[in-house]
Design a binder for this molecule. Structure first.
Ligand code: NAI
Ligand code: FMN
Length: 193
């Protein structure tokens, strides 16, 4: 199915017009009180950890993401939020394909590699990588891999929401989940098959 790619932008001011401007204005590196309070609150929201990869005309890239969510199953669609200031951003925007690799406990170090400032190609030195339909790197022992085409991009504040149609799925039969909660990693027990 071909969906037209639309872009829309929700500005910080339109989202937060009920608050004074000063409360939300930050200088580089300094968080406003509201930003800090939002992050503190978000740190209590447990989330699965994923490595999002892409490969295409722009080259290969990947980053760690907790902001991943199911949207609809018709067509199967998920969303990924990516900070536009990330060095990986331009790769996703140009390639328009990605793979969401959901991690298990054994991938804790790998999450740090893809969530830090390591050079892009060096990130792939750890782990075994293959491909499914789109050519985006698939982590061989990921709990789940969703191979996707980016159908729509919407900008909100500092991030872009990538709306992705799932073309292919790979499951690991016996999986444990890596969870990010309270700024640290945790493990969720084995799935019942
Ligand atoms: N959605 C995002 O962009 C996320 C970014 N990170 C980045 O990873 C680093 C470490 O994060 P933490 O140890 O969790 O401590 P933290 O205090 O920076 O973040 C706490 C929580 O706030 C949320 N968050 C953090 N930065 C955000 C952003 N720029 N936009 C939207 N939500 C954000 C996430 O849910 C995160 O787990 C930071 O540089 C953080 O910005 C971490 C998680 C999600
Ligand atoms: C557990 C964890 C979750 C993260 N989730 C996201 C996310 O959902 N979206 C995002 O843009 N960055 C997220 N980050 C931050 C990126 O992984 C990080 O900025 C990455 O190093 C990007 O690299 P780059 O700036 O070199 O491109 C997360 C980091 C960690 C450690």
């Amino acid at each position: 199915m071909n969906t037209v790619i639309k872009e829309s932008r929700v500005t910080q001011s339109s989202l937060m017009k009920h608050k004074s401007k000063e409360s939300f204005t930050s200088t580089a590196g300094n968080l406003t009180d509201m930003q800090q309070s939002f992050r503190d609150a978000m740190s209590k929201l447990a989330a699965a950890v994923n490595i999002i990869t892409t490969e295409g005309p722009a080259g290969r890239a990947g980053f760690t993401a907790s902001a991943v969510c199911s949207v609809t199953d018709e067509p199967p669609t998920l969303l990924v939020c990516l900070n536009r200031s990330a060095s990986v951003y331009k790769f996703f925007k140009e390639n328009m394909v990605l793979c969401v690799n959901t991690l298990g406990l054994e991938h804790k170090d790998l999450s740090g590699v893809f969530g830090g400032k390591k050079a892009l190609e060096e990130r792939f030195e750890q782990g075994n990588w293959s491909t499914l339909s789109t050519g985006s790197p698939v982590l061989e022992d990921a709990s789940i891999s969703f191979d996707c085409k980016i159908k729509l991009i919407s900008s909100v504040g500092t991030h872009d929401i990538l709306i992705c149609e799932v073309l292919d799925i790979k499951h690991k039969p016996d999986c444990e989940s890596l969870i990010y909660f309270n700024r640290d990693y945790h493990q969720l027990s084995k799935c019942k098959n």
